[in-house]
Ligand binder design. Structure first.
Ligand code: ZN
Length: 127
């Protein structure tokens, strides 16, 4: 399972994979090349032009502190592309965007999981 998170008002798109396997599958689908993770990795950040040419981020994080780490990479990368100094205004734009993305990712993954569980319950039972 992978969710798409808005980077509005900045351009580009962000995909967040729910699991390590989802990340590896999505990486091939999005960037047309594999990125196989080591088992000691707790998260991962990838950025580049997707196969459709659209600027894309793909991350996976096993824990909340890893999510903060990987999303910080995303925000710093977005700011660099836009020429924004992340230290400006005591880092408020950086901190605001990081906390918004943390919230959006948690909400999207929870909602997606709930929908998938609902679908599973509707499947016909095999006898
Ligand atoms: Zn890192």
């Amino acid at each position: 399972m992978t969710v798409k998170i808005s980077l509005c008002p900045y351009n580009g798109r962000l995909f967040v994979a729910a699991t390590r396997k989802d990340y590896e599958r999505s990486h091939v689908r999005v960037f047309k090349e594999p990125d196989v993770l080591r088992c000691d990795q707790g998260g991962r950040f990838s950025a580049g032009a997707g196969k459709d040419g659209f600027w894309t981020y793909l991350i996976w994080a096993s824990e909340t502190h890893c999510l903060a780490h990987e999303l910080s990479h995303v925000v710093l990368h977005v700011f660099e592309r836009c020429g924004i100094d992340p230290r400006e205004a005591n880092g408020e734009p950086f901190c605001y965007m990081l906390s918004q993305l943390m919230l959006d990712v948690k909400t999207s993954l929870k909602k997606r999981k709930k929908n998938e569980n609902r679908k599973m319950r509707k499947l016909p039972q095999s006898v």
